[in-house]
Every structure is written in structure tokens, then in C-alpha cells.
Ligand binder design. Structure first.
Ligand code: HEC
Length: 153
């Protein structure tokens, strides 16, 4: 009888201790999940301004993984593009550009941005921008109009 009681209390102890552990574990996984979720949610909310120019915005989704456009937002893999029209390439503070882009002496205009979009690596050999390009003229037009609208300072 005493053995049974001991066994029972042992079981109880085991059950209660594992019960005691459970919430801890859940807390931990919750924390981890939260950490992962937060930046993603912030990134998508902040990066892709709405526009009447639906096609332009849709093409910009190709860029949004690497570029913010809203003033004050951080650089991502690529620099924040706010206010880049009319400026010299490779001048955003706090972003480390390739020597290739900095030394090319580009000033961003409709003409230069179109050449860049067409094929970044052939326009600026050695650029860090790993992007195949936007080839269709219709998509380039829409994207350039969208960029002009949403990167205004
Ligand atoms: C995989 C990430 C990635 C994608 C996708 C991408 N870019 Fe970039 N972009 C970069 C990087 C990195 C640089 C810096 C290039 C360098 O230093 O050579 C850059 C530079 C630029 C610049 C020059 C900015 C400056 O300050 O001179 C422009 C403009 C630009 N990207 C536009 C675009 C557009 C528009 C798209 C979408 C069609 C796009 N990028 C897609 C990573 C990306």
C-alpha cells in the first residue's frame, strides 16, 4: 500500500512538474514567433504606398523587398529611394554602395533610370544590385511614374 502511495505521489509530482513547465515553453515559442512576425509586418505596411497607378505599384513589388521609398525609413538590402530623382547616384547617407555605382557618375533622370531598370548589371558593371531588370516598356513607364510619385521628398 505504501508503495502505491509513493508511486502515486511520484506520478503526481511528475505530472505537476511537467504541467509547471508547459506554460514556460509556450511563452518562449510565442516570443520567438513575435520577433519574426514584427519586422515583416512593419516592412510591408511601410514600404508600398498606395497609388492610382496600379500597374506601377505592382511592378514596384519587385523592388520593395530591397527598397523603402518613404522618407525616414531605413535602408534595406538597397538604399531608401526617397528623393532620388535628379540626384547623383550613390549618395544616400548610411548606405554602403559599390564603387562601381558611385564612380559611374549617374544623375537619376527618366533616361538613366530606364537604362538602369532595363539591366542594372550591364549599365553599371560591378553593381551590388542583384536584379535582372524590368524589360517591358509598359512596365518601365508605369514603374517610373510610380517612383516619381512615391519617392517625392
Ligand atoms: C535584391 C535587392 C534589390 C532589388 C530587388 C532591387 N534593388 Fe535597387 N538596389 C539594390 C542595391 C544593393 C543597390 C545599391 C547598388 C550598388 O551600390 O551598386 C540598389 C540601388 C538602386 C538605385 C540607386 C539608388 C541611389 O541612391 O543611387 C535605384 C534607383 C534602384 N536601386 C532602384 C530599384 C528599382 C526601381 C527596383 C525594382 C525594379 C530595384 N532597385 C530592385 C538592391 C535591389
Amino acid at each position: 500500500m505504501r508503495r502505491i502511495v509513493t508511486l502515486l505521489s511520484l506520478c503526481l509530482a511528475l505530472v505537476s512538474s511537467s504541467c509547471g513547465e508547459k506554460p514556460k515553453k509556450e511563452e518562449n515559442t510565442f516570443e520567438i514567433k513575435n520577433e519574426v512576425k514584427k519586422p515583416v509586418a512593419e516592412a510591408t505596411a511601410a514600404t508600398i504606398p498606395q497609388s492610382e497607378n496600379k500597374l506601377g505599384r505592382r511592378v514596384f513589388l519587385l523592388c520593395a523587398a530591397c527598397h523603402n521609398v518613404v522618407k525616414g525609413e531605413p535602408h534595406k538590402v538597397g538604399p531608401n529611394l526617397n528623393g532620388f530623382f535628379g540626384k547623383r547616384a550613390g549618395m544616400k547617407e548610411g548606405f554602403v554602395y559599390s564603387e562601381a555605382l558611385k564612380n559611374k557618375g549617374i544623375v537619376w533622370s527618366e533616361k538613366t533610370i530606364r537604362e538602369w531598370l532595363e539591366n542594372p548589371a550591364s549599365y553599371v558593371p560591378g553593381t551590388k544590385m542583384a536584379f535582372v531588370g524590368v524589360k517591358k516598356k509598359e512596365q518601365q513607364d508605369a514603374l517610373i511614374a510610380y517612383l516619381k510619385e512615391v519617392t517625392k521628398e
